[in-house]
Design a protein around this ligand. Sequence first.
Ligand SMILES: [Zn+2]
Length: 362
Amino acid sequence: MADKQEKSIPSSSKRARSPEGSHEAEINERPPKRQDRHEDGEHPQKQQDRYENDENPPKRDNQGTDESSRKKPPLTYSSAPDNLDIWKPVLEDHIAEERRLGRAINFFVECSPHANGGSTCQLRSCFEKIEKDDYRVAVEPGMFSQSRADFYHVECFEKLADLTREKYLNRLKPLSRNNLIERNAKRSSLMNGYYLLDAGAERLVTQWIFVMRKLIAKRDGTDGPKSEDPKLHDLLYQSGSAKFTDAEQPEGMTDFEFRKLQTTLAPIESDGPEDDQEWNLFDLFMTITGDDEICEEGKTTLGSMLETWRWCWTVVNLDEQRLTEAGKKLKEEWGEKCIRAVKRLSKIPMPDLDAISFPDEW
Ligand SMILES: [Zn+2]
């Protein structure tokens, strides 16, 4: 099964924003409209309404506000293009201020809004905008202003924050219907699905964090993440399989979430009970496994995973007339089951509008 799946999906792809030779550049001009990927009937928002106040992060020079000037080391691009040795302690100091700020500092993995010119990546050595529809990390509150998030390409953030350390990993959160009230952005935008991850990215990031915890425990000789309740475990990893017919609702889980996990978020796609080569999201896209020997700082396994996933759903969701010959061939190779799975998982699971409530101060 694994062999066949390996052949069905590329093992890697170059970053979509890479100017030279990426598969995506060859196949399509840009990712499909984000709005098209929302679950049917769940996303009434118009594209032109998708702007938000926090989409203009502070410039990366020393002309900022008093607050940003206070935090920024006196650096220039020309003298030290990477500056990671300086910026890493700045991030460390920032999270150490959590108690003083009276707010949790989170690293949200989220999606750059479609109707957005592209945020500036705050890694000093990066000169590329974060494209709309690309994945990004929002550090919130930001290092430069408490009222704004700082944005990074996922790969750039992995260079800055050592996600193989719990103090950083514990702050990493896939932004979804379940935690959107923690994100300090416009409520209406969040409720309309802006920034929320699609189902595939949500499952992959959550799984990546889980596996990374296991690797950290192995490295440090500490207790790993607790085993899940068997009902939850089956629901998380068997949903979508034709052989998994007796899903049980874990205690405390809402009917809404139970349904979502069995449908939009299911990691498996099957052709039926006779299918012995079911498609599995994790087998195909995860860049780390619990069997890995080491978790290495600076390896951008989260960013590369999301990049491959993004490229895959971009190709799958493109109109036929926009596909190049190479793109058509790829889709043919991937097959109908894979395309069905990727289309389903590229949708954004929307929040339960009846159940969600924001804090009073919003
Ligand atoms: Zn960047």
